[in-house]
Structures are given as structure tokens and as C-alpha cells.
Design a protein around this ligand. Structure first.
Ligand SMILES: Cc1cc2nc3c(=O)[nH]c(=O)nc-3n(C[C@H](O)[C@H](O)[C@H](O)COP(=O)(O)OP(=O)(O)OC[C@H]3O[C@@H](n4cnc5c(N)ncnc54)[C@H](O)[C@@H]3O)c2cc1C
Length: 397
């Protein structure tokens, strides 16, 4: 579609206003840049569905050492970022520091947890093994059938909806301009980005463009083809339960349970909500909530915490994690911006998969470092956009 002409201009235009795009927008504006953020404001952004675990330790899996290093950087940064955000936005984000209690339902589940715990300890992470009684001392409503557990004290959580709302307020207060539209294309001139085209046909001019469109990144023309192909939606269904009026909290830690080989988590909020999740499904952009998933999540939650049956079922929802082939995020300038084979001034911040809430502050730090000529933390080096195919990285359609 022909452009209606350059509608507005900015130092930086950001495509996508989930927690990643909004955190970048806030910090870039704080750094003195003129920022325009474009988002059609979908209510289905992963950031609004997520459970809000800040869980570098209980998310640490075999073979994901580089991801663990970014996640540790992220949790170390979260406290100061959240404090500054609460002050800027004038509202709390619901940060909790109680840690994760991982519990195993039967001996087979326990054997798997012990193996994972040995790996996490070998990576220098804190883990305290507990028998069934000690688990119930921490969380008195756990079933006595729980075989045993491990306390991962290094994990936190945040109320992701409050956090996202605070980011929006802080960004607005810092002067970020929001355009309610969809970016269809990154515009280039010679070897430089020069802005974005909108679905309504208008353009926004900017010599730096950040694409932070989560699992929808692949729909934006001008993003390098290997990245467009690499980022895919991974469906997650979860439930939000609420304590009836007057009922004291049934848990204080995040509980991650393995029940006969299936994982379920329960994340408590200060306002009486308990988030129960989540499925991991390769179903493309489908966001249907299925009876089977609701059944399975409740069945497994009830197996370890029978009192769950007394909570109100407040909401069922499904979101799309932005997954990548190596489960790692895609953060930094496109390869072409550094080796001259593609548009300079185009940066990507996507593919945060299971940990985008956790990584949002450090992603903003890294992108703002690139935008202001500083050095991003070395932990990001393995997650450069060029890793999905160097020879094709200059390809932009
Ligand atoms: C069930 C579930 C549980 C999760 N639990 C956790 C957790 O406990 N901890 C954690 O850290 N992470 C968790 N995640 C992952 C986390 O939610 C994501 O990694 C994170 O939200 C990604 O943020 P984002 O801003 O990149 O994407 P999104 O939040 O999806 O936002 C992308 C935004 O881009 C916009 N957009 C799309 N296309 C365009 C376009 N063409 N132009 C302009 N804007 C566009 C959309 O409208 C949307 O607002 C979970 C995810 C799910 C689904």
C-alpha cells in the first residue's frame, strides 16, 4: 500500500507494547530520546497472560547455561528496576521474594527433581532439599502425600498485570508517544532504517527502529528473514483463582509441582489471586481455552494442594509465548547493522519465550545501551539476532 507520507518523526520508534517494548520505551525516554511506541493494543499480549514468576533457578534446565546467565543478571536487576518503576508510576507492582518451593508427588517425580537439583547446584544455585514434613512446615496446605521437595530461594515473582500497567504509566510520564496501530514494515533507505509503515498506510520516520512484537515479530516485513522464521508462538493456558472474601492465603511461596511426570505451578499474589499454569503447546496462533487443559491444571493443582478446590475460578486464559529454536531471546542490532550487510539502526527485542517478564528490565538496559552508544552486558552476546543464519541475515523480506 502506498504510504500516506511521513506522519511523525521520532529518535526511536518501537513496534510492540508488551512488557518488552514498554520497558524499552520508558528507559529510552528516560535516557533523553524521543520515543514513539506503536501497538494496536491487543488484549492477548503474552505479558498480560503470564504468571509473573521471576525464576532463574527453577527455570534452569540442562543445556541452557547461557540463558541461565541472562536470567541471573535479570533477577539481580529486577529489584532496583521495580523500585524505580514504582516510584515513577506511583503504584505497586507486587514484587515477592519468598522463593519457589518445588515439590514432587511420587518417588519417580522426586528422582527427576533430585537430578535437576544436582545440576542447578553444580551451576552454583541455592537449593535446599526438604522432606515431606519440612515442605508442609513451609506450606501447611500441601498434601501429606507429597514425597519431598526443594526450596529454591533465589526465585521471585511479580504481578505481571500490575507491572505492565506501571510500565505504561511510567512511559507516559517520561514522554513516550503511543500510536494505536500495527507496524507492517520497517522502512529503509540505503543501508539504514528510516522508520516504519503502519497498517493505516502512514509512516513514522525514525533513524532507529526497535521491533519488540513478541510472537508476531515474523509478520513485520523488513525484519531479517531468519529471525522472522525463527520466532514462533508457543501456546500456554492458565487459570486465575481467587480466595473468597475473608479466606487467608493458602500459599506464600510459588509452588512448582511435578505430579506423575506433569508439571504445574501455583503463584500467589498479595491481593489474594493464585495463578495456576501452564500448558506448553505447539498450535500456532491458536488461543482457545480447552476443557481438557482446565481439567488437567486443576487436577494436578488439587493433587498437591487440595484446598485449591475452595478457591473461586476467576479466569481462564491462553497466551502465546514468543519461542525460538534455542529457547533464547533475540536482543540487539540485526547483523546487518554491525557488519554492513543490512539496515543499520534496526534492533530486535523478541523471542523471550518463558522468561520475558523476568528479562524485561535487562532487555531494556541492553537495547538502551545500543541506542546510546554504550556497551550491553556480555551475557547478551549469545543472543544476537544474527545467530539464526549469518548468510541470510542481510535478507530483509
Ligand atoms: C501462559 C504463560 C505463562 C508465562 N509465564 C511467565 C512467567 O511466569 N515469567 C516470565 O518471565 N515470563 C512468562 N511468560 C512469558 C512472557 O509472558 C513473555 O516472554 C513476554 O510477555 C513477552 O513479552 P513481549 O512484550 O515480547 O510480547 P507480548 O507481551 O506478546 O507483546 C507483544 C506486543 O506486540 C504487539 N504487536 C504485535 N504485532 C505488532 C505489530 N505488527 N506492530 C505493533 N505492535 C505489534 C502486540 O499487540 C503486543 O502488545 C509466560 C507466557 C505465557 C503465555
Amino acid at each position: 500500500m502506498p504510504a500516506k507520507g511521513v506522519a511523525v518523526a521520532a529518535d526511536v520508534v518501537i513496534a510492540g507494547g508488551g512488557v518488552i517494548g514498554t520497558a524499552i520505551a520508558w528507559r529510552a525516554a528516560r535516557a533523553g530520546l524521543g520515543v514513539t511506541l506503536v501497538d494496536p493494543e491487543r488484549g492477548d499480549a503474552a505479558s498480560l497472560v503470564a504468571a509473573g514468576m521471576l525464576a532463574p533457578v527453577s527455570e534452569a534446565l540442562f543445556g541452557e547455561g547461557a540463558l541461565l546467565r541472562v536470567n541471573l543478571l535479570a533477577v539481580a536487576r529486577f529489584g532496583s528496576f521495580a523500585a524505580e518503576l514504582e516510584q515513577a508510576a506511583g503504584r505497586p507492582v507486587g514484587l515477592r521474594r519468598e522463593g519457589t518451593l518445588a515439590v514432587a508427588y511420587d518417588p519417580g517425580d522426586y528422582a527427576a527433581l533430585v537430578r535437576l537439583t544436582a545440576f542447578r547446584r553444580s551451576a552454583g544455585l541455592d537449593a535446599e532439599e526438604l522432606d515431606s514434613r519440612a515442605c508442609r512446615k513451609l506450606e501447611s496446605f500441601l498434601t501429606p502425600d507429597v514425597h519431598g521437595g526443594v526450596l529454591f530461594a533465589g526465585d521471585w515473582s511479580v504481578d505481571n498485570r500490575r507491572y505492565a500497567a506501571a510500565l505504561r504509566s511510567a512511559a507516559a510520564a517520561a514522554g513516550v508517544r503511543v500510536v494505536r496501530d500495527r507496524v507492517t514494515e520497517v522502512l529503509t533507505s540505503g543501508d539504514r532504517a528510516r522508520g516504519v509503515r503502519l497498517a493505516d498506510g502512514g509512516d513514522i520516520g525514525a533513524d532507529r527502529v526497535v521491533v519488540a512484537a513478541g510472537c508476531w515479530t515474523g509478520a513485520i516485513a523488513g525484519v531479517p528473514a531468519p529471525v522472522r522464521a525463527a520466532v514462533r508462538p508457543v501456546k500456554g493456558q492458565l487459570l486465575r483463582l481467587r480466595h473468597p472474601d475473608g479466606m487467608p492465603p493458602v500459599i506464600t511461596h510459588t509452588i512448582r509441582a511435578t505430579v506423575r511426570g506433569t508439571d504445574v505451578y501455583l503463584v500467589p499474589r498479595a491481593d489474594g489471586e493464585v495463578v495456576v499454569g501452564a500448558t506448553q503447546e505447539e498450535r500456532g496462533p491458536d488461543r482457545t481455552v480447552t476443557a481438557g487443559a482446565v481439567h488437567d491444571l486443576l487436577r494436578d493443582a488439587l493433587s498437591v494442594l487440595p484446598v485449591t478446590s475452595e478457591l473461586e475460578l476467576a479466569e481462564t486464559c491462553a497466551g502465546l509465548r514468543p519461542g525460538t529454536p534455542d529457547n533464547g531471546p533475540v536482543v540487539g542490532p540485526v547483523a546487518g547493522a554491525v557488519d554492513g550487510s543490512g539496515p543499520g539502526g534496526l534492533l530486535l527485542a523478541t523471542g523471550h519465550y518463558r522468561n520475558g517478564i523476568l528479562m524485561s528490565p535487562v532487555t531494556a538496559d541492553a537495547i538502551v545501551a545500543h541506542l546510546t552508544g554504550q556497551q550491553a552486558a556480555p551475557e547478551w552476546e549469545p543472543f544476537a539476532p544474527g545467530r539464526f543464519g549469518a548468510e541470510a541475515a542481510g535478507e530483509t523480506r
